[in-house]
Each structure stands twice: as structure tokens, then as C-alpha cells.
Design a protein around this ligand. Sequence first.
Ligand SMILES: CC(C)(COP(=O)(O)OP(=O)(O)OC[C@H]1O[C@@H](n2cnc3c(N)ncnc32)[C@H](O)[C@@H]1OP(=O)(O)O)[C@@H](O)C(=O)NCCC(=O)NCCS
Length: 166
Amino acid sequence: MLIRNETAADVAAIGRVVTEALRKLPQATGTEAEIVERLRAQGALVLSLVAEDDGDVVGYLAASAARIGAQPDWGLIGPLVILPSRHRQGSGSALMAEALRRLRATCRGAALVGDPGYYGRFGFRAFPGLRVTGCPPDVVQALPFDGTEPCGELIHHSAFGLNQHT
Ligand SMILES: CC(C)(COP(=O)(O)OP(=O)(O)OC[C@H]1O[C@@H](n2cnc3c(N)ncnc32)[C@H](O)[C@@H]1OP(=O)(O)O)[C@@H](O)C(=O)NCCC(=O)NCCS
């Protein structure tokens, strides 16, 4: 399995993987593939990594710039998706490891909204005061690289359509 940057030839496959991986996830909105397209169109993808196996895209990770309260320079990870037929083969971990390695060079930390049962293994955790309005606090998680204590609303790029206010 190979982790690499997306190319123009991957765009359609990425959309399919995002849609297929999230089809049965209760908290998914069905708009995640469009969010990735909007992030790409707006030049907001800090990372756009694919997991390739035997020439096929089997997984995908996006990262975009985010703010937590008044703190800039957080890397927001999401979506992270693996084709259901390829779950539990290490692809999600490999994408995350590469994303964190790269974000460390440019960000004060990584943040995401997701299942703590999965993301805890990479060092993500909830922090007092770290929030996304409307989300349960335990799913809003961060991994500071430099000891910064994340506190405040995790502000996503406008392409997520969350209409967040500070
Ligand atoms: C979550 C997801 C990205 C994990 O990808 P993956 O390639 O299957 O994960 P890995 O093979 O790297 O698994 C790493 C470990 O996490 C565990 N794990 C996988 N999915 C998990 C989940 N949903 N909850 C808790 N643990 C999970 C694995 O069992 C494995 O544990 P082990 O190392 O002790 O065996 C993938 O299942 C997926 O795309 N799911 C649907 C979309 C989704 O839920 N995205 C996350 C949004 S919250």
C-alpha cells in the first residue's frame, strides 16, 4: 500500500471512496464528497492524501487550515475514509501517520471531529473548552504538537458550510 498526494486522475475515485465509506455512518451527512470538492476548488486542501493498493484508491485523508478560538495554524483532519472492503488493514493508520508527520512541519497541532474510540490511539483527545457548537464535546479532539492548550470553538474552513461564528 502506498500513501501519496492526490493527482488530478484521482479526483473521481476520491469522491467514490468518500461516499462509499460514509454511506452507513449514522453521523454522516452525505455531503462529505462535496465538501472535499469545495475545499479543493477553493485551494483549501493543506493535505489531500490517497492510500493506493494495486493501482486502486482505497482510502483518503483531507486536511485544511483551521482556527481554535483566536489560535491560528491548526490542521483540521477530515474526512478520513477507507473503503469498507478494506477496513482494518492498517490503511487508516498509515494515512493518519503520514498526515501527522507532514502537519508537524507547518501547524501547532491537529484537530478533528470524530469517534474518540478510534482517534485516541493517535494521541487525539478532548480538551476543556474545545468545542464545535452542536457537537458532543467528546468528539471534538485535538493533538497539540507544541504544548498549546486548545481552547475555544474549532473553526472549520467555510467550505464545510458550518456557518460558525467566533
Ligand atoms: C475509521 C476508519 C478510517 C479506520 O480505517 P482502517 O483502515 O479500518 O483502520 P486501521 O486498519 O488503521 O485500524 C487501526 C486500529 O483501529 C481500530 N479501528 C478501526 N476502526 C475503528 C472504529 N470505527 N472504532 C474504533 N476502532 C477502530 C482497528 O481495529 C485497529 O485496531 P488494532 O490496531 O488494535 O487492530 C475506517 O473504518 C472508515 O473509513 N470508517 C468509516 C468512516 C469513518 O468512520 N471515518 C472516521 C470518522 S469518525
